[in-house]
Write a protein that binds this ligand. Structure first.
Ligand code: 6GU
Length: 238
């Protein structure tokens, strides 16, 4: 997969490129992440990317021209059509399902906006507007990093084992089960006996029940949306 990001603050992306799982994914060539400076697509000698809003009193708005120039020079030159994402509080609310859909694309492009917003006409060359939640951030860079990190976990080979992605919170509409490591007795708190038993089937059922109960207690909104299978129903009535 290829990801290109258009931003006036390329340095912000060092955070995701240089650490942990994403750094490894880049090294393994599972993903190529290109961070492009929007200023390189400006047309004036001062490399201006924003101007005051028409109508007044509303601060600065990002110019449409640099985004369109990038679109003409980069996106239209490809024989496949990259999928353009505009992170914005007006977008579809991001979740694991949307991340899974985005992870199937051959190439993603993120347009990072700043200030009060982006010229409305940029939306014409955007495939999907995505919000990371009902609150407002000052720019699209952090949301872009959130979206990239989430979707990369779905690419084969990025996370050590497929089962750890599948067991994660939300993958099956439930929160993750509880985890324990050494020591067995930590300040008087014990690891549940069953996890030490070596009985994989009983451990699987125990964890499933833990996931179900955690979801009911902590995220009842998720639980009421979940369609329980026969095994899950049986675990809950036991
Ligand atoms: Cl994607 N962008 C900005 N600027 N603020 C947000 C957001 C995105 N999602 C939630 N708030």
């Amino acid at each position: 997969m290829k990801i290109s990001v258009l931003t006036i603050f390329p340095g912000m992306f060092d955070i995701i490129r240089n650490y942990g799982v994403i750094k490894k994914a880049i090294e393994k060539k599972l993903v190529e992440i290109d961070i492009l400076n929007l200023r390189d697509y400006t047309t004036d000698k001062h490399k201006v990317t924003d101007k005051p809003s028409y109508g007044g009193e509303n601060g600065m708005v990002m110019l449409a021209e640099p985004f369109y120039r990038f679109y003409d020079e980069y996106i239209l030159s490809k024989n496949h059509k990259p999928y353009v994402v505009l992170p914005s509080p007006q977008g579809e609310v991001f979740n694991n399902d949307l991340a899974f859909e985005l992870a199937k694309k051959e190439e993603l492009v993120f347009f990072c906006g700043r200030y009060e917003g982006i010229d409305e006409r940029v939306r014409k060359i955007v495939d999907k507007e995505v919000s990371i939640g009902d609150y407002v951030l000052t720019g699209g860079e952090i949301p872009t990093m959130v979206i990239i990190e989430t979707l990369l976990r779905f690419l084969p080979g990025v996370i050590g084992s497929k089962t750890s992605v599948e067991n994660d919170s939300f993958y099956n509409g439930l929160l993750d089960y509880s985890h324990y490591t050494k020591p067995q007795n930590f300040r008087g708190m014990q690891v549940p006996e069953i996890l030490l038993s070596g009985d994989h089937e009983r451990i699987r059922i125990f964890r499933k029940k833990d996931s179900l109960l955690k979801t009911i207690l902590k995220r009842p909104d998720l639980f009421i949306k979940k369609e329980l299978d026969e095994e899950e129903k049986k675990i809950l009535v036991e």
